[in-house]
Design a protein around this ligand. Structure first.
Ligand code: PMP
Length: 360
């Protein structure tokens, strides 16, 4: 098999061990004589798979008993409408922090269902920081406060969970399970699977029970959290294969020392890359202010942007692939989610130093 390190922002690389395990069970799951893909979602075997996945996730994140875990479809993008439909009213409003591309999409969609108050934005400075919380223009009557903990495209991450008097809602798609969080501080968290959880086709929602049962009257049945909560994510056929892989990923995280162990590794990985950028004498640059640099998506440019195509081509020749920045911002983006081994990051750093030596 070709040895590559895959820096894709998502769908992203999965732990090799997980893929090998899935391969070994692909045709016959635990002596059932069938693949997980072929099982009834209501059968005993799949019930065990989804039950274990939820149990392991609850253990990893110490999810309190008064929170529901939902395994849904439609990606994180569908949550942009589900959250306001379920938690906001047409006559009321919500508070939102605008830190980039994904916050903007969440804002745009929420405006269809409620009034949106943007409490702060760093758009004027190209989203180079998270606005200080004491400057936010909050509304004490907001139904909730929404933020995007990690802007996957911009490479901007909240260093801490913000304080909030109203329920806190977080799009945690690209840093879910990458560091410890106190779930009890949130009203609702959602995360698309294809970064730190498993294959695309699954979105996880963790919601405090008292926020259920308030959906706007026109909410489609399939977009109503209460419906999914009441049926343990089995109102209709869930995404069985991604749920199975997610379960294997949760067990893999346990073996890495849990979220705490993963967090320490992630911090080391990001540290290596930002150090390489900062010590390159401007050969590599990032405009994100240091405290807000993402540990998941390291977004940078070459001082001489005309060298970026050559950088990407030579990197790929060295087995370092999917490093191209998002089409809306260009440049380079190294996504280093949980599954990226430290060796992959070291290999990228070595390549960056060699490339700078040759072209500097
Ligand atoms: N929010 C964030 C932070 C994301 O990174 C993404 C996808 N990259 C989305 C939302 C949208 O996710 P999906 O494609 O699953 O709808």
């Amino acid at each position: 098999m070709a040895k590559v390190y895959n820096f894709s922002a998502g769908p992203a690389m999965l732990p090799h061990e997980v893929l090998a395990e899935a391969q070994s069970e692909l045709l016959d799951w635990h002596g059932s004589g069938m693949s997980v893909m072929e099982m009834s979602h209501r059968g005993k075997d799949f019930m065990e798979i989804i039950h274990d996945a939820e149990h392991d996730l609850r253990t990893l994140l110490r999810i309190p008993a008064n929170y529901k875990v939902l395994f849904l479809q439609g990606g994180a993008s569908q949550q942009f409408s589900m959250v306001p439909l379920n938690l906001a009213t047409e006559s009321g409003s919500i508070d939102v922090v605008n830190t980039g591309h994904w916050s903007r999409l969440a804002i745009k969609e929420a405006r269809r269902y409620t009034r949106v108050n943007v409490v702060a934005s760093s758009e004027a400075t190209q989203f180079d920081h998270v606005p200080a919380a004491d400057t936010w223009q909050r509304d004490p009557d907001a139904a909730y406060l929404h933020y995007t903990s990690n802007e996957t495209i911009g490479g901007l991450q909240f260093p801490d969970v913000p304080e909030s008097a109203v329920p806190l809602v977080c799009d945690m798609s690209s840093d879910f399970l990458s560091k410890e969080v106190d779930i009890g501080r949130f009203g609702l968290i959602y995360a698309g699977a294809q970064k730190n959880i498993g294959p695309s086709g699954l979105v996880l929602v963790i919601v405090r029970e008292d926020l259920l049962g308030r959906a706007q009257a026109a909410t489609p049945t399939m977009l109503n959290y209460q419906v999914h909560a009441d049926s343990d994510s089995m109102y209709n056929t869930p995404s069985t294969w991604p749920i199975y892989i997610a379960g294997l990923v949760f067990k893999w995280i346990e073996r890495q020392g849990g979220v705490k162990g993963i967090e320490a590794r992630n911090s080391e990985k990001a540290g290596l890359l930002y150090h390489a950028i900062d010590s390159s004498d401007g050969f590599y640059t990032t405009h994100i202010q240091a405290p807000y640099r993402s540990r998941m998506n390291v977004v940078f440019r070459l001082g001489d942007t005309s060298l970026e195509d050559a950088f990407l081509m030579e990197a790929a020749r060295n087995g370092l692939v999917q490093l191209k920045g998002h089409r809306s911002v260009g440049g380079i983006r190294a996504s280093i989610y949980n599954a990226m081994p430290i060796e992959g990051v070291k290999s990228l750093v070595n390549f960056m130093m060699d490339f700078a030596r040759q072209h500097g």
